[in-house]
Design a protein around this ligand. Structure first.
Ligand code: NAD
Length: 307
């Protein structure tokens, strides 16, 4: 059963972490939706109307999930019984970076109950979540996607349909693989340059005016790596999860990915050395440099002092 054309008004938002909290604020600020929220960390929900998710699910038009990944999404939807409580005609929107295979299986269970399922992972990090300018890649039936589009538009400026359910999660994992390759490549190049005697900041400026530039060199290296702060706001544990998803897609499609394997190995080793759940993904660059006995922050400081 579907409700094409029926406006979505009641929203249950589950998961108010680094990303979910500012995203839910945009939903609330739009004034277009009746919003109730839930997070296992009750303090994260303090500024909203908090609700028991299973109790609230029955009256929601849309259930948004912004959770760490598929393991938690499955626990919340199946283990905790949220999926069974969502009413027919409603739509579940998983905005987490989840595994496509899990998403497809959950969408089938939802469809059997007349519940729509859309995967709508995001890109842009905490900065764009706060500004409401996320890029959102959306997999799912066109009718369900159109129903939730006004809701997605409160959180993002670029809404890109990617195909059937699961396709958004696939492209998200593959995007994050490329993003991690960019970080690892930049770290290797800057480390090699530092060993040669180049100033990392000068190198970065040259690269950013040249063909080697990428999002990591343009946006991440100066404020989070050369600065030594490693606080870009995307957890290393989440990046490793996304990289494993990307490798799973490569394996499922029999695609040889030697570069991806090397980067995932480096990221996994970085995670093994940085178990704090808040450890940032930019630590991958520090790990690669440290393997060569280089600290890019110190090398930058030394060069700035003319040492
Ligand atoms: P996070 O770890 O900061 O937030 C997850 C939230 O889910 C936490 O508040 C946690 O308390 C809550 N939670 C955990 N288990 C729960 C449960 N059973 N019921 C209710 N709430 C529960 O993660 P984040 O950085 O906000 O990322 C969320 C998702 O978005 C992840 O899939 C991540 O890969 C993806 N993502 C993150 C970024 C980023 O830059 N941080 C960018 C794009 C996509």
């Amino acid at each position: 059963m579907s409700e094409a054309g029926v406006p979505v008004s009641r929203v249950l938002f589950v998961g108010l972490g680094v990303m979910g909290l500012p995203m839910a604020r945009h939903v609330a600020a739009s004034g277009e939706f009746e919003l109730v929220v839930h997070d296992v960390d009750a303090g994260r929900a303090a500024e909203f109307v908090a609700a028991d998710p299973v109790a609230a699910a029955g009256s929601a038009d849309v259930v948004v999930l912004m959770l760490p990944g598929s393991d938690v999404v499955e626990r919340v939807l199946v283990g905790d019984g949220l999926l069974a409580a969502v009413r027919a005609g409603a739509v579940i929107v998983d905005m987490s970076s989840s595994r496509p295979a899990s998403t497809v299986a959950l969408a089938e269970r939802a469809a059997a109950r007349g519940v729509g399922y859309v995967d709508a992972p995001v890109s842009g990090g905490q900065v764009k979540a706060v500004s409401g300018e996320l890029s959102i890649m959306v997999g799912g039936a066109a009718e369900a996607v159109e129903r939730v589009r006004p809701l997605l538009e409160t959180m993002g400026t670029t809404i890109m349909p990617t195909g059937p359910v699961g396709s958004g999660h696939a492209v998200k994992a593959l995007n994050n693989l490329l993003s991690a390759i960019g970080i690892a490549g930049a770290a290797e190049v800057l480390t090699t340059g530092a060993k040669f005697g180049l100033d990392p900041k000068v190198m970065l400026d040259v690269i950013n005016a040249s063909t080697g530039r990428n999002q990591a060199t343009q946006v991440k290296f100066e404020p989070y790596v050369l600065s030594g702060t490693f606080d870009a706001g995307f957890a290393l544990r989440l990046m490793v999860k996304d990289l494993r998803t990307a490798l799973e897609i490569a394996e499922d499609t029999a695609t040889p990915t030697p570069v991806a394997h090397a980067v995932v190995e480096a990221a996994a080793a970085t995670l093994a050395a940085n178990q704090d759940p808040g450890a940032d993904h930019t630590l991958l660059a520090r790990w690669i440099a440290a393997n060569a006995g280089v600290d890019l922050h110190e090398a930058t400081q030394r060069a700035a002092k003319g040492a």
